[in-house]
Structure formats: structure tokens, C-alpha cells
Design a protein around this ligand. Structure first.
Ligand SMILES: C[S@@+](CC[C@H](N)C(=O)[O-])C[C@H]1O[C@@H](n2cnc3c(N)ncnc32)[C@H](O)[C@@H]1O
Length: 323
């Protein structure tokens, strides 16, 4: 790493924060498809003129806005992903990243003194709803290429999506495999219910609100999915979860795990190692795990024939067959 890289790393948070603050204030949505002056944007976002002007200049400097004859315009990228009216908007995902700001602020103390545990706000219905929307904004892009790599058991007809959140993976699976029926289990299912209805899949996908560790799951599933769930828990709970999944599957059924898998040392990919640290402050007991950790748990829980697959530089899938 060079000195320039080091300084870029040290200052990186400022660029992030400019974007996250603008999202929090609704600047991109207020600009929309028009060109607006500082005064109008300060009024519609409820800010001071001076603060808004400096924020707009920082955004233009980053290439997210364009300044032309005293008016500010969204760039095509901002219009597509940052204007809340766009079907591709990631405004809830950016809200979540801004929430994580508080986890990073508390991190030094957490590393010194221990995990703070789930913040009380994360248990509220409002937080869980917005969290589900954030997951949807992330997962609806990642789900299709991820599930395309799944080798489903022959004649697969029933899928269990445990911790399915907004149901993004179940929806992608149902759209790709017209014979599949699914059950999404999560502590918060309102967003999944709405999206399943919007996609016209209510006759094939069911949702069940409940706790992953205690909700009745039923049996005879061909496929079980744990997408971005294991990083919420410690090893013992993950083995418990995998045992529950094993019991819910029919013999020869398959589990698919989607995660930030790490190398055995836990250092790479760096995005996974950094996310793992974030989970230390955000969750009660979670972190990211190495491929071989999870393969060991799968074997303990009664699975065999593990197969790894990399979807992106940071996300992978691990599939295994019920013994
Ligand atoms: C990181 S999200 C992943 C959502 C989805 N699988 C995806 O990949 O988009 C983790 C999900 O697990 C759910 N969850 C965590 N702990 C839970 C518990 N004890 N009981 C039920 N759901 C839980 C959360 O509500 C959340 O939807």
C-alpha cells in the first residue's frame, strides 16, 4: 500500500458520509428529474442554505450531481439509484449503512469492553420493516445470479427459506423454477408478504412469522435456504439452525447457504473481514465464517457432499446434501 492509498483509507469515511447525509436529507429525491436551485432544495429538505450549498458542492465534486447555470441536477447514476422514485433506488440500503455509522462510532469501546449486543431500536417493528426493505434493495440484484448457480435436487418442489427477510431469494427461485412452492420464515414478514403479492406469487409462496430457532417448520422440503443468516449468530446457534434445517429436509434434500465466506485465517476477502467486524458491534453474537468452518458444521448437522461456489468477489454459496 502506498502513502496515497493510506490517506485515501483514512479519509474514506468523509466521502461515504456526504452520500449518506444527502440520502438522509432526501436531496436526490428532491432533485428528481428537474434542475433546482440551492434555495428551493434547502426549503424542501428543511436545511440551512449555507449547509445545503456546501453539501451540493461536495456531491457535485464526487460526481453524483451536476451543477449547471446555478441549478443542480442528478447524474444518470444518481437518478437511477438515489432518487427515491426510481424502481432501482437503494435509499433504504443507504439508510441502513447510515445506521451502521453508529456501530462504527461505538466500535472502539466495543473492542475494548466487549459487544454492546443488539441495539434496542433494532427490535422495533419500524426498524425491522426498513431493514427488510434494505435487504430487498441489496438482494433483488444479487439473488438471480446467486440462485442461477444452485444445483437443485431433481424434481425439487418445496423450498424452505429460513430468515428469508423480504423473500427476495424465494421470489427469484419461484420465478426461475415454475414448479417450486416455498415457505419464507422470518421474525418480520410484512415486506415479504407485499412483494410476493406484487409478483403474483401468493399461490406458490407462503410466509410465516416466527423465530428461526422455535417456529414449527414442517418436514419433507427438497431445498432449504439460509441466505445471510449465519453471520447473525455464533457457532453453537448456527449448528442448532443447521440441525433444524436437516430435520425439515427430506433425505437427499439440499441446503444452500449464501454468505460472506472468508479464508481460513479470516482475513480475506477484506470486505468480508470488515463486515465481520461490523457484525461484532451490530449483532449479539454474529460474525463471518470461513468456508471450512461452515463445512465442519454441516457435517456435524448431518450433511455431506459440500460444494463451494463464488458468486462475486465477496459473496459465495455453499451447498450440501442431507445424509
Ligand atoms: C441479513 S437478513 C437476510 C435476509 C434474506 N435472507 C436476504 O438474504 O436478503 C437476516 C434475516 O434474518 C432474520 N432473523 C434474524 N434473527 C431471527 C430470529 N431469531 N428469528 C427470525 N428471523 C430472524 C431477520 O429478520 C432478517 O430478515
Amino acid at each position: 500500500m502506498t502513502y496515497e492509498h493510506l490517506m485515501g483509507l483514512a479519509n474514506g469515511y468523509a466521502d461515504s458520509k456526504v452520500l449518506l447525509i444527502a440520502n438522509e436529507l432526501g436531496v436526490f429525491t428532491a432533485i428528481g428529474t428537474g434542475g433546482h436551485r440551492v434555495e428551493a432544495l434547502a426549503t424542501s429538505c428543511g436545511t440551512t442554505r449555507e449547509g445545503m450549498r456546501l453539501l451540493l458542492h461536495a456531491l457535485a465534486g464526487l460526481g453524483l450531481l451536476r451543477l449547471s447555470t446555478g441549478r443542480y441536477w442528478n447524474t444518470p447514476l444518481a437518478l437511477r439509484f438515489l432518487d427515491g422514485h426510481s424502481p432501482y433506488a437503494i435509499t433504504n440500503l443507504l439508510w441502513l449503512l447510515n445506521h451502521h455509522w453508529s456501530n462504527w462510532t461505538d466500535m472502539t469501546r466495543a473492542i475494548r469492553l466487549g459487544r454492546p449486543g443488539w441495539a434496542p431500536v433494532t427490535r422495533t417493528a419500524a426498524f425491522r420493516r426498513r431493514f427488510a426493505l434494505a435487504m430487498q434493495e441489496r438482494s433483488h440484484v444479487l439473488a438471480p445470479p446467486t440462485i442461477a448457480s444452485f444445483r437443485l435436487p431433481r424434481q425439487a418442489a418445496r423450498v424452505l427459506d429460513l430468515g428469508g427477510g423480504a423473500g427476495s431469494y424465494s421470489i427469484a427461485l419461484a420465478q426461475r423454477h415454475p414448479r417450486l412452492q416455498g415457505l419464507v420464515v422470518d421474525q418480520s414478514v410484512a415486506v415479504a408478504r407485499r412483494l410476493i403479492r406484487q409478483q403474483g406469487l401468493t399461490d406458490r409462496l407462503r410466509v410465516e412469522e416466527g423465530d428461526l430457532f422455535t417456529a414449527p417448520l414442517g418436514t419433507g422440503f427438497d431445498v432449504a435456504l439460509l441466505s445471510n443468516v449465519l453471520h447473525d449468530f455464533h457457532e453453537k446457534d448456527n449448528i442448532r439452525l443447521l440441525r433444524r434445517v436437516q430435520q425439515a429436509l427430506r433425505p437427499g434434500g439440499k441446503v444452500f447457504i449464501v454468505e460472506y465466506f472468508l479464508n481460513p485465517a479470516g482475513t480475506r476477502p477484506s470486505e468480508g473481514a470488515i463486515f465481520s467486524l461490523l457484525m461484532y458491534a451490530f449483532t449479539g453474537t454474529g460474525r463471518c465464517y470461513a468456508w471450512n468452518d461452515v463445512e465442519g458444521w454441516l457435517s456435524t448437522a448431518g450433511f455431506f457432499r459440500c460444494r463451494r461456489h463464488r458468486v462475486t468477489a465477496t459473496i459465495g454459496t455453499l451447498e450440501a446434501v442431507k445424509r
